[in-house]
Design a protein around this ligand. Structure first.
Ligand code: NAD
Ligand code: UDP
Length: 388
């Protein structure tokens, strides 16, 4: 496995040590699996939690795993831990995934959101520049904010013109709402850290790539409230929770916003190409999404209800969705991105990457996982008498 692997230019890929910050999260857990199962690289996994990578950390005398010795977990909070610089110094590459990144937090915990996405990332960037380490920093497609077309009247013909909605890394502006719409605290903090990383590249020679994920979804995303977490997760977990409870899926402001969803496993392929092709990836910002998988949130809800019925064998509700206002669901200061279609020119040209999995297929495998993982626990939770 190790010696025969070559990069996109046919050159052998040398094994590297990767410091992955936020490795215990959704994306981190899939990236750890990919690196351990398919490459010879070593992962220094940094996070405050490790439940989602526990299966990679466990090993016993009887059952040696092929990746034993290639992953080390370091439980630390990057806000305040002096061990971080030492780990970065030991690495060839740093990948920073750590962030508060659930929309329900942006308007209700804006300070934590800004600190997490900007202030806490500063030492990581600084240590990479000072120690001449390559950095792959995770940003978000949300830095684009709203599309230009969203400001046109609803029936205006230019709304159909891709120039008014396709999001291009090197051309599209970043359009956020007013300051009292605290939803944009996350996008704004991510934009500023992107600008800082870019400036470190331009002025101090930092080797970097910036990733802008477009709604990556799949197994292990977020949590199911009341079972393995509390609060309001992202839409996949919200709708999974509704389906597991047998209750209607809640559509915020009519579910008219549009999203493109990509299967986590397709997206991880793109990240691996960035990791192993530094000459092609350095200095670039990459949209990573699937422009073919666009739906409104309402369509997503209807599709998930249908697929869940199929994989669980449970009867679909007569009324599978209900409308809720953003004020009721998220509280004061919520706002939304209207539409997110990634332009794929740069990632195609630099890395020759394209997503493969259709929305139907990715939802089928993800909802099969959700049903297997949570349906029993949900039955137990729902059978408990509630305090009144
Ligand atoms: P996640 O919440 O599952 O993972 C983030 C991980 O970072 C968590 O395990 C968390 O414990 C860890 N973390 C946070 N603060 C930390 C700290 N101070 N010290 C140590 N660890 C800390 O989120 P994810 O979906 O895996 O997203 C990873 C990155 O990708 C984030 O930067 C996010 O903004 C970005 N992103 C993801 C998506 C997506 O579709 N999943 C979309 C846009 C952007
Ligand atoms: N949403 C919804 N019902 C829910 C959860 C989310 O209608 O139970 C909507 C939300 O308002 C947004 C979209 O689904 O328009 C995607 O939300 P998500 O939390 O996944 O994050 P985003 O794509 O906005 O970053």
């Amino acid at each position: 496995m190790a010696s025969s692997r070559v990069d996109l230019d046919g050159k052998p890929i040398a094994a590297m040590t990767i410091c992955m910050i936020g490795a215990g999260g959704f994306i981190g857990s899939h990236l750890c699996e990919k690196l351990l199962f398919e490459t010879p690289h070593i992962v220094l996994a940094v996070d405050v939690y490790n439940d989602k990578i526990a299966h990679l950390l466990e090993s016993s005398e009887n059952e040696k795993q092929p990746w034993d010795g290639r992953i080390q977990f370091h439980r630390l909070n990057i806000k305040n831990d002096s061990r971080l610089e030492g780990l970065i110094k030991m690495s060839d590459l740093v990948i920073n995934l750590a962030a508060i990144c659930t929309p329900a937090d942006y308007n209700t915990r804006p300070l934590d959101t800004i600190y997490s996405n900007f202030i806490d990332a500063l030492p990581v960037v600084k240590y990479c520049t000072e120690n001449k380490k390559r950095l792959i920093h995770f940003s978000t497609c949300e830095v684009y904010g709203k599309t230009i077309g969203s400001f046109l009247p609803k029936d205006h013909p230019l709304r159909q013109d891709p120039a008014f909605f396709v999001l291009k890394e090197d051309e599209s502006p970043c359009i956020f709402g007013s300051i009292d719409k605290q939803r944009w605290s996350y996008a704004c903090a991510k934009q500023l850290i992107e600008r800082l990383v870019y400036a470190e590249g331009a002025e101090n020679g930092l080797e970097f790539s910036i990733v802008r994920p477009y709604n990556w979804i799949g197994p292990r995303m977020d949590f199911i409230p009341g079972i393995d977490g509390e609060g309001v997760p992202r839409v996949l977990a919200c709708f999974s929770d509704n389906l597991l409870r047998g209750e209607p899926l809640k559509l915020v402001d009519g579910g008219e916003s549009q999203r493109t969803f990509i299967y986590i496993k397709d997206a991880i392929e793109a990240v691996l190409l960035m990791i192993e092709n530094p000459k092609r990836a350095n200095g670039h910002i990459f949209n990573v999404g699937n422009p073919n998988n666009e739906v409104t949130v309402r369509q997503l809800a209807e599709m998930m209800a249908k697929i869940y019925g199929k994989v669980s064998g449970e009867k679909m509700l007569d009324v599978p969705t209900i409308d809720v206002t953003a004020q009721e669901f998220y509280g004061e200061g919520y706002d939304d991105s209207d539409k997110r279609i990634p332009d794929m020119t740069i990632i195609n040209k630099q890395l020759g990457w394209n997503p493969k999995t259709s929305l139907w297929d990715l939802l089928e495998s993800t909802l099969t996982y959700q049903h297997k993982t949570y349906s029993q626990a949900m039955k137990t939770v729902m059978a408990k008498p509630t305090a009144n």
